[in-house]
Every structure is written in structure tokens, then in C-alpha cells.
Unconditional design. Structure first.
Ligand code: GAL
Length: 246
């Protein structure tokens, strides 16, 4: 498999990319060919930082929009990259994974995360809302019926997926990206930003697919300083939100 790894790093998030890529090299889908696909506001600076890693990278320049624009428009960046990526010939990815820049692969992540014939998209049960006694598994879906990320209550019980790691076959991931970016635009045209930005739209889209989604445990989006009964495989690093967004 050719595996494309999508990451967005603008502003202060750039410092996270090298450690993330090193951890992916060591621990993520070993035995598959990896293409690192980076969206950044400073391609030259990032090229220099990545040089010692000798990895196969494709870098796209994007504009920095701050918070929440950077996160809300992530699926726009992915769908804009579709043609370039599909024209890479032998290097063209068969499947794509998005990872937040401030994550690390802390133990081996293998073929269990690959999409299957029936489940072509892959998401992670949010670490804050997985099912356990006394805790709600419902998460924080968009409840405003005017938003295109709105999820009717009868679909709430399925799962609440985390926005930090997801993936799928190239075609299915791109179809999702195109649909979400269209819906985000429809919201923006009406002055609406969904409660958890892109994550709300991701949840709406995945909840429509229902059984078509492979849902991984919170092992794959494990907040660094939390203690939940899962193996830490992909860690979401503790950070000072105000500082990195500044
Ligand atoms: C928080 C997380 C946010 C968002 C939110 C959803 O724990 O930091 O990024 O996922 O949960 O309720």
C-alpha cells in the first residue's frame, strides 16, 4: 500500500512536525510505503527542517488563518490537493490518514487501522466520550439544525469521533473532504461555524455512513496526561492552546 499522511502545520505548530514524522517512520504502518503530505504557511522553512529525515514529502503552501479557520478549513486543503496527489504515478497514495501535528505515535500502529472493502473510512472514538458507566458516549454533536453539521438525535448513539486522527481509501477520504468542505462553505455563507468546527462536520458525515466506518478505540487519540484503560498508541500531546495558537 502507498499510504499518504496528511498534516497541517502553520505558525507555532511547525515545531511538532519533525518529532511526529520520526515517530511515524518508526511506528506507523511499517512495511507500507509512506508519503508525507504537509500543508504549511512556510514551505521553505519546513523543507529545511525535514531534510535530515530523508523522507518522501510533498509540501503544499497554505495561508495561515489562525483559530478556528486553520482547523475548520482542513478538508478544503485536502480536496484542493486531490489532483496533484492523484497525478503522482507510482507515489500516488492508495489510502490517506490525517494526523494532528501535535501527536506522536508512541507504540506500533499496524494494519488494524487500514480501511476494508466494507469500511472504507476509519475514525477514532473520542477519548472523552467512549462508553463507560456514568459517562456519556454521546459526545458533543452539532445541535443547531441550521448547520450542515447538524446530527439528528436518532443518530447520536452511534459514536462521537475525534477530529485528530482519521483516514480511509484515497477516493473515499477525498469524497468525504469534498463533501465536508462544501458543507462548511454553506455554513459560512450563512454565518454559521459548527460547535467543534471540522470535528462536527466529520461526525455528521461519519454518522451518515453508519456501518461503513471502521471505528478505532481511543488508543489512537490518547491525550498525553489522561488515564483511560487503553494502550497508548497515538498520543495527543499536552499543549498550551493559547500559546500555540498565538
Ligand atoms: C475536547 C477536545 C476538543 C473537542 C472536544 C469535543 O476534549 O479537546 O478538541 O474534541 O473535546 O467535545
Amino acid at each position: 500500500m502507498n499510504v499518504g499522511i496528511l498534516t497541517i502545520a502553520t505558525g507555532k505548530y511547525k515545531k511538532f512536525v519533525v518529532p511526529l514524522y520520526e515517530s511515524i517512520k518508526d511506528n506507523f504502518l511499517r512495511g507500507h510505503k509512506k508519503l508525507y503530505i504537509l500543508f504549511t504557511d512556510e514551505p521553505d522553512e519546513m523543507k529545511e527542517m525535514l531534510r535530515p529525515l530523508s523522507i518522501d514529502a510533498v509540501i503544499f503552501k497554505i495561508e495561515r488563518r489562525g483559530f478556528p479557520g486553520d482547523t475548520l478549513l482542513r478538508y478544503h486543503h485536502f480536496s484542493n490537493a486531490k489532483i496533484t496527489l492523484s497525478l503522482l504515478g507510482e507515489r500516488a497514495p492508495d489510502c490517506l490518514y490525517y494526523l494532528d501535528a501535535d501527536m506522536l505515535i508512541s507504540s506500533e500502529v499496524g494494519d488494524e487501522v487500514l480501511p476494508t472493502k466494507k469500511k472504507k473510512l476509519v475514525g477514532v472514538a473520542h477519548p472523552g466520550y467512549w462508553s463507560r458507566p456514568g459517562h456519556s458516549a454521546l459526545g458533543t454533536p452539532e445541535t443547531n439544525p441550521l448547520s450542515k453539521a447538524f446530527i439528528p438525535q436518532d443518530r447520536w448513539r452511534l459514536c462521537y469521533w475525534a477530529g485528530g486522527f482519521n483516514g480511509g481509501s484515497f477516493q473515499d477520504f477525498m469524497t468525504m473532504s469534498e463533501t465536508i468542505s462544501y458543507r462548511v462553505n454553506q455554513d459560512l455563507d450563512r454565518g454559521i461555524v459548527a460547535v467543534w468546527h471540522d470535528e462536527s462536520h466529520l461526525n455528521a458525515y461519519l454518522s451518515e455512513l453508519q456501518e461503513g466506518v471502521k471505528t478505532l478505540t481511543p488508543s489512537y487519540c490518547y491525550p498525553e496526561s489522561w488515564s483511560i484503560p487503553f494502550v497508548k498508541r497515538i498520543v495527543a500531546l499536552d499543549k498550551n492552546h493559547a500559546e500555540v495558537r498565538s
